[in-house]
Design a protein around this ligand. Structure first.
Ligand SMILES: *Cc1c(COP(=O)(O)O)cnc(C)c1O
Length: 226
């Protein structure tokens, strides 16, 4: 069972604000994805490669699958034929592998670089120095990386009740997004996505400048496992 009212409200609000809704369907059955699809939702997010591959095979081809989980290099090949956007690139090695697999499929894969903004050590992502190093390497080897497009940044705030902390973390990410845009992608209009915010903190994220939110439990109900 999906929460249709929540979907309708979020969709209306986000259309007005220019925010893309990624409906996070991890651990939820195909039937739930179909329900939202029938309402008009096309962008869905998944965290696990095998689950994504299985769902993609069963569901309509015009779904834009977003990969939002930690991605191992050796698993890229399974999602490369169809994935629309990968949010979680956290190394040059992974970026190069996505390019290689995209090339094999004769595709261009859009990616976001995942930045570590939380005060927890359980979350993946690049710190500022690593981000800069990755981008320097990317620009040096850009000619060999024709099958990927870096479209922006993604980050997750600390899982806390402290709104001030969440606000500060999102503000930091948005500032980093702006500076990265002006330093590295000033003449590249595809670098335009700042993916931040989930069910519990999307309002704060949008106030801080997010234009892509990843929402699961608010649409699909709570999950037994994360
Ligand atoms: C699970 C997950 C979400 C969605 O979380 P909800 O709290 O259910 O909205 C968003 N982003 C990432 C990276 C996730 O793993």
């Amino acid at each position: 069972m999906v929460n249709k009212e929540a979907w309708e409200e979020l969709t209306a609000e986000f259309a007005q604000k220019g925010v893309t809704l990624v409906a996070v369907s991890k651990t939820k059955p195909v039937a739930d994805v179909v329900e939202l699809y029938q309402l008009g939702q096309r962008v869905f997010g998944e965290n696990y490669v095998q689950e994504l591959v299985e769902k993609q095979a069963e569901l309509p081809a015009d779904i834009q699958w977003n990969f939002i989980g930690h991605l191992q290099t050796n698993k890229v090949k399974y999602i490369a034929p169809f994935v629309s956007l990968i949010h979680t690139v956290d190394s040059f090695k992974l970026l190069a592998e996505i390019n290689k697999q995209a090339q094999k499929c004769d595709r261009t894969i859009h990616v976001l670089l995942q930045v570590y903004i939380a005060a927890e050590d359980t979350k993946f992502g690049l710190d500022q120095q690593e981000l800069t190093a990755l981008l320097d390497e990317y620009h040096k080897k850009k000619n060999e990386l024709q099958n990927i497009r870096i479209c922006g940044l993604m980050g997750m705030a600390t899982n806390t009740e402290n709104e001030t902390q969440i606000r500060t973390e999102f503000a930091n990410l948005h500032q980093l997004f702006n500076s990265t845009k002006s330093v590295h992608f000033a003449d590249d209009a595809t670098f335009a996505t700042c993916s931040m915010g989930m069910s519990s903190d999307y309002k704060i994220a949008i106030e801080a400048g997010s234009n892509m939110v990843r929402i699961g439990s608010l649409l699909f109900g709570s999950r037994v496992t994360v």
